[in-house]
Design a protein around this ligand. Structure first.
Ligand code: CP
Ligand code: NVA
Length: 334
């Protein structure tokens, strides 16, 4: 028997502050239940007759596929819509598109550039809208990260997470607030040019204090990671910032997660894991990273026993499923 709070029914997720601390923890708990249920071979019908629109302006492997399979596993459907597929923002305003899709679909997951677009979709569609990544936030990622930490360490409280890299990107912003909400110490190791936005930091700091933890920013990664249990990084160049690649690579080289940095935690023989939202530049060249070798993480760390990145990637599906279920499913029918 699945149990969850029903307060998220009909609600949107714009960023992690959309949910209370308790609701966030409850959603992670529901994801763990759904994961166990799937492992036991149960394909349910919690999302039967529910249709979800996936509006994607940026590329995606995990978020897109997790959403499709999450819906399908529970008897629902998801339709993948990119900008060239629909009139969105070209021949038709976001407001009108929202009102049309809201009449047809039960929910909308949006991945794109502007946070405002996501908020406008929620405002005008009349159905739950979930932020699947914008330039500012990536809230659904954090549910998967924390489910992975919980599975590995047994609990979230008492952990110290050190994020090393671009301290003001979408993942870092959401991770900082997620840690604050769930009672995890958040350490941000980043160059002074990339420190978190003051307003976003202050907002998270207030929540962290209420939950008895602190947030700290270090320019020296070796000093910052001391005592950390989770080392987390993300790409140095986020989608939409490709023109900054050369500058970022130069700036962030000292922030690469390698074995030396893992050792600097002092926890190599204790409680330690490596997380990355993926995709990761650990061992190959691309158009963006020609001849640069490994960037934000070495292959040695990525492939090590500390690395839980594929559990984390799988958990995107279970947590997105929990999000869809808690927003769309009537608990009375379970
Ligand atoms: N972590 C993540 O959001 O991956 P995708 O870009 O593949 O969706
Ligand atoms: N910060 C990255 C996250 C990718 C999942 C980006 O926006 O490209």
């Amino acid at each position: 028997m699945l149990t969850w709070m029903d307060s998220l029914k009909g609600r949107s997720l714009m960023r992690l502050t959309s949910f209370s601390d308790e609701e966030m923890l409850d959603l992670i708990n529901l994801a763990a239940q759904l994961k166990a249920r799937r492992a036991a071979g149960v394909r349910g019908d919690l999302l039967a007759r529910k249709n979800i629109a996936l509006i994607f302006e940026k590329s995606s492997t995990r978020t897109r596929n997790s959403s499709i399979i999450a819906a399908r596993d529970e008897g629902g459907g998801a339709e993948y819509l990119t900008r060239p597929d629909i009139h969105f923002g070209k021949k038709e305003s976001v407001k009108d598109t929202a009102r049309v899709l809201g009449r047809i679909y039960d929910g909308i997951l949006f991945r794109g550039f502007s946070q405002q677009t996501c908020e406008d979709l929620a405002r005008y569609s009349g159905v739950p809208v979930w932020n699947g990544l914008t330039d500012d936030y990536h809230p659904t990622q954090i549910f998967a990260d924390f489910l992975t930490i919980k599975e590995t360490f047994g609990s979230l409280k008492g952990c110290t997470l050190a994020y090393v890299g671009d301290g003001r990107n979408n993942v870092a912003n959401s991770l900082m607030m997620g840690c604050a909400k769930c009672g995890i110490r958040y350490i941000c190791c980043t160059p002074k040019e990339l420190i978190p936005d003051a307003k976003i930091l202050a907002e998270a700091d207030e929540v962290a204090r209420k939950n008895g933890v602190d947030i700290r920013v270090f320019n020296d990664p070796k000093e910052g990671v001391r005592g950390a249990n989770v080392l987390y990084t993300d790409v140095w160049v986020s989608m939409g910032e490709e023109d900054k690649a050369a500058e970022r690579i130069k700036m962030l080289r000292p922030y690469q997660i390698n074995m030396e940095l893992m050792r600097a935690t002092g926890n190599l023989d204790g409680k330690l894991m490596f997380l990355h939202c993926l995709p990761a530049f650990h061992d190959f060249n691309t158009e963006v990273t020609k001849d640069c070798g490994a960037l934000e993480v070495t292959d040695e760390v990525f492939e090590s026993k500390y690395s839980k990145v594929f559990d984390e990637a799988e958990n995107r599906m279970h947590t997105i499923k929990a999000l869809f279920v808690s927003s769309l499913c009537d608990r009375k029918n379970v």
